[in-house]
Design a protein around this ligand. Sequence first.
Ligand code: ZN
Length: 259
Amino acid sequence: MFPLPADLACPALTPESPVSVEVADAGQLETTWDMVEDHGRQGPVTLPLLVGIVHHPGGTIAIDSGLGQTTRDGTWPTFPFNSFKVTVPAGTSLLERAGIPVKVLLTHNHYDHVGGLFDLPGVEVWAGLDDLRDRLPATLRARVHFVAQDLRAGVVKQALGVPAVDVNGDGTVWYLGTPGHTRGSASVLVRAHDHQYLFVGDTAWVDSHLVDHRRPALISAIIDDDHPALDRSLTWARWIYGHCASVTVVAGHEPRWLK
Ligand SMILES: [Zn+2]
C-alpha cells in the first residue's frame, strides 16, 4: 500500500451549508467493460461524462464540462479521439443543464472533460498548473479564461490531507491537488447541506476502481501520465470511499449516476 497523508480524516457533515450539488452527465461514451476494468468483465457499457453543478449563493460553480455543441457539430473531439462513440443527448450539455456558471473547476484536461467549455465563452476555468502546459488547443485557450492553480504542498492550504484551495473563501468548495491521471489532476470537495461530495475526476473512472479494480494495464500505460502519483492519489481516494460515510465519492464516469 502507498502511504496516506498523516492528517487525513473524514470531514464532518455541514447541515448549515448554503450549498447544494447535482451530479449529471454532459454526454455519454459507448464502450465495453474490458476497456474499463482489469478483472475480466465483458459486455457493453454506457459511461456518463459526469459534471458537478454546485449551487452556491455566489453563483453556480461547475466541476468539469463534459461535451457540448461542438461534439454535436462534429468538430470536437479531434483526431484520434473522434473515433470514439460519444453523444450529447438533447438538453444534457452543461450549458443546457446549468446556464453559464461563474466558474468551472477542471479535474483534468482530457477531451471529454473540457469539450463543453466551447459553449461557455469567456468563462473562468481553473486547472492544475501542469494541466495548462499541454493538450489544450489554441482554439479552446482563446475561448475561455484559464486560471492556473499551483496545487503543491506548502504553496496552498490543506483539505482531506492534500494541498487545497478554498475556492470561495468560505470553506464550502475546495480544489484539491491529486496528480497522477494527468500531472495537474485535481479533485473537488463540496461541503453541501445534505452531504460531502468528493469529485475525483478520472483518478477513478468507476466505483469499482475505488475498491480493488484498476484500468486495464495497457489502457493505463497510454492515458495515465504519472503512475506513482496516481497510485498515491488512488490510495487516498479509496481510503475516503471505504472509510467516510459522510462523503459521496464521485468517480468520473460511474454509470450509476446515469438517469
Ligand atoms: Zn481522463
